[in-house]
Ligand binder design. Sequence first.
Ligand code: ACM
Length: 513
Amino acid sequence: MTLAVTTPPLVPFPASFEAAPPVHLTAVSRVIAPAILQREAQSLANAIAWRIGLELVVTESSDVTPGDIFFTLDTESDGSAEAYQIDTTEGYVAVTATTATGAFWAMQTVRQLLDHDADGWFVTGARITDSPRYTYRGVMLDVARHFFGVDDVKRYIDAMSAYKYNVLHLHLTDDQGWRLHSEAYPALTEKASGTSALGDQGGFYTAADYAEIVAYAASRHMTVVPEIDVPGHTHTVTVAYPEFTKETVIMDSVVEGAMLFGQALPVHGQPYVGWGVGFSSLKIDDPATDEFVSTIFREVAQATPGPFVHLGGDESLGTTEEDFAAFIALASRAVQATGKTAVAWHEAGKAPDLAPGTIGQYWGFLEPQPGYEDEARAFVEKGGSLVLSPADVSYLDMKPTADHPLGLVWAKGPTSVETAYTWEPTDIISGIAPEAIIGVEAPLWTESARTMADVFTLAFPRAAAVAEIAWSPQDGSERTWESFRTRVASHPSAWQAEGVTFHNSEEISWIPA
Ligand code: ACM
């Protein structure tokens, strides 16, 4: 038998790949897995049925025969909990993983190995040994500027877990909407969730909705990181509980933005549907505000099984440095008091009393703006670590091309697919150990994204590019733009099967679905 000489279209590309004979799938092929991996096995069977119309039996029986897909749990391995192997040399698809998480990522790899020829559908032959470069591989969805309901978020989880992203950061609050119900402060959603940016319809998650999202994410091996953005980005609080807020500060930048986009200026106490930032702030050093902030973080932490709660901390442009420092000290400790690890945008690093161990999320450029590098480094100096979201390469809401109707340009946009692919996390913040970087996250802000079609069109294919930076080894032989653009070219068939829209970038010679 001749082996395929082409590189399979795997994204992110595995740590180690060798070609091997393919395994043809037939009506008698089965997916065999121990009880503990039945969910991953069933997910694979569902994906195969969806994609190729073949309904494979899922069973715990262990008498593997040629053409089967055979999952085994190897609890003896001391490698990464996310590691897995795939081997087709015995005539069946042998999948070995240390944990169900590894088996889930293996399942996503097998999906990408599905191909067909004149003899029908097969799993491309492979001997793969794989584990991620970074443990934190995130996407962020801004459900505050535009609200997206539970079913939409589930679709985002499905589309992103296919690329082995394991963190869903939900930006739950901003000037345009408060999207998570609070038992203690119900007016936040009663009064300040009805609208979205551009005057579109708003919405919010009940406790049950949020629990459903968290559970769905967990079933796809993704952790939800909820963000309550304070002390800025809190215009909604002026609508619901003005007693906790400072007066609105309309800076020149807010006026200029409003004129540029033809939008109204924010008015204290009234819903805001524009795109301006930096004009709102909570009151600092007021016991009532402290109680508000601590209670909100306690509620969010209780609803969140994952280890992280994000406190925002970005663009508090109307707050003095002293007030900001006092507030961040309080908010980071309020999160810590819940037993969670606090995460904050990098500006919080300038607060001398930031809680030790807080994780910083860097959103400056690849060439850091003045002061940003020091702010990011401060998290590491205080025993924390960093997640990198350089805005000029990883912000999925930048326009993909200058003339594209969706997206913004402020972060050196438009951002091409090649730009989103061609960067190295360890080259940005000097003076830190590589291990201080725990991962990479691709945020998608939704000022201009009104529908899930808009969201997916902005996200893909750039989310696939950033996924490879987060997962694949830095020095891997396929970790090149030429290889990536060739591999991702065949992904539209899977996207179209899942109803995922994408930007039909001219940088890629797409293979029609
Ligand atoms: C941000 O883009 N303001 C984090």
